[in-house]
Write a protein that binds this ligand. Structure first.
Ligand SMILES: Nc1nc2c(c(=O)[nH]1)N[C@H]1C(S)=C(S)[C@@H](COP(=O)(O)O)O[C@H]1N2
Ligand SMILES: [Mo]
Length: 406
């Protein structure tokens, strides 16, 4: 035809007509607008329910452990004094779970979204007000879930390619995610119930309701992927598996004195000169100052305690130093007093830290001078740092220069 349109009659393509009328346009585009048809059984509600159950459990663990982490780091005033300093490994466990289960959700969330994405093409898109609201709640759930998983992952990698502060935003969106999960489970309750009862029913299932090899293969694949992610990362906090932590951002043994470092002395601007004239300044009813030699001459306590970073890595180590409560007593602190700790570091979010009564009174809360039998390395807080049981790593202040009894 050499590109020539037939001259007889009008072009069939509505875009070729000078002024296409709206109905004609719609009719012509109709086939393109019609939603695609999905026939695969893996996109059915049963697959969605099984994956949703796993993902829901993961979200629940992340939300609860996230709350624990938040309240340990930013306790409201009425709670600050009663935060428990025991069990010593508590935060190590809850934050290890938070990050470990969050990493597993990186597999589960896309799997679940893949199972349900044909629903995007539901026609008509909105059937009623309730249907519209339900779809809106799912959109919020998907957005909040993806946001939490993604920002959590990048935080673990210490990469912050966004203009907002990670902690408050990750926390706030956690509530949005939790709320929309509850709403979603409530809306889907009939389907979820049907799924459970079908499972336990004795009656013979019609063919299309039975788990076929395809669904089993999909679920096995997702399970294997979760297992692989877990086994190659969990070693950053569960040290027996440390040799396998190929994908973990931190290896628990890598760092001076066998302990990772998040912020080095150089990065914190703590120079050798600043450390040379170091004295510990203790403020309270009976203020006093101690040189490093004087501090080392006081009775020392040893404790095996973990550093458990909010980013997920954790390692136990042998610490020794002077119990904080001895130093506070010497300053004339009343029993039950709290403490403010100030670092030599010039600026930084962790320069000043406060600890409530339970931490200050715990015999294992130390102003540590030694780590694994050696004088602290500069990157671990030389000359002195805080180490306390059941406490987020960010609050284990390094390069301590001043204690203020509250
Ligand atoms: N002064 C000060 N102390 C600090 C930090 C800091 O940036 N400044 N980082 C904290 C964080 S986030 C962690 S996880 C621990 C890590 O201690 P480490 O470097 O000895 O392993 O130190 C904490 N103490
Ligand atoms: Mo940390």
């Amino acid at each position: 035809m050499g590109g020539m349109a037939p001259r007889t009659g009008r072009s069939r393509n509505p875009l070729h007509t000078a002024t296409p009328s709206a109905p004609r346009l719609l009719r012509a585009l109709g086939p393109a607008l019609r939603p695609p048809a999905f026939t695969g059984r893996l996109h059915d509600p049963r697959t969605a329910t099984v994956l949703g159950r796993w993902l829901g459990a993961a979200f629940a663990v992340c939300f609860l452990t996230g709350l624990i982490s938040h309240y340990l780091q930013h306790p409201p005033g009425w709670l600050a004094d009663d935060l428990p300093a025991r069990p010593a490994w508590g935060y190590r466990l809850t934050q290890g779970l938070h990050v470990g289960v969050g990493l597993a959700a990186i597999v589960l969330l896309p799997a679940k979204l893949w199972a349900v994405y044909p629903r995007l093409f539901t026609w008509p898109p909105v059937r009623s007000l309730t249907h519209g609201l339900e779809r809106l709640s799912v959109a919020v759930l998907v957005a909040a879930g993806l946001f939490e998983v993604l920002t959590g992952l990048l935080n673990v990698a210490e990469w912050y390619p966004w203009p907002f502060s990670f902690v408050p935003v990750h926390y706030a969106v956690g509530w949005i995610a939790a709320g929309s999960v509850l709403l979603h489970v409530a809306v889907k309750a009939p389907g979820i119930r049907a799924h459970w009862t079908r499972r336990s029913a004795v009656r013979v299932l019609p063919d299309e309701e039975r788990d076929g090899p395809d669904r089993r293969a999909l679920l096995l694949g997702v399970g294997a992927a979760v297992g692989a992610v877990t086994v190659t990362t969990v070693g950053q906090s569960f040290t027996p598996l440390a040799p396998l932590d190929l994908l973990a951002p931190r290896h628990p043994g890598h760092g001076p004195q066998g302990l990772p470092v998040n912020r080095t002395a150089a990065a914190a601007g703590v120079s050798a000169a600043a450390v040379r004239d170091w004295v510990l300044d203790v403020r309270g009813p009976r203020p006093y100052r101690l040189s490093l030699a004087e501090l080392g001459a006081l009775p020392q306590t040893r404790a095996r305690l973990p550093i458990a970073c909010v980013e997920g890595w954790s390692v136990a180590a042998d610490w020794s130093g002077v119990p904080i409560r001895d130093l506070m007593e010497r300053a004339g602190a009343r029993p039950g007093a709290g403490l403010r700790v100030v670092s030599l570091e010039a600026r930084g979010a962790y320069r000043v830290m406060e600890m409530g009564r339970a931490y200050a009174a715990d015999p294992q809360t130390l102003l540590a001078l030694r780590l694994n039998g050696e004088v602290l390395a500069p990157d671990h807080g030389y000359p002195a740092r805080i180490i306390a049981p059941n406490r987020p790593g960010v609050l284990q202040t390094k390069w301590v220069t001043r204690l203020e009894v509250l």
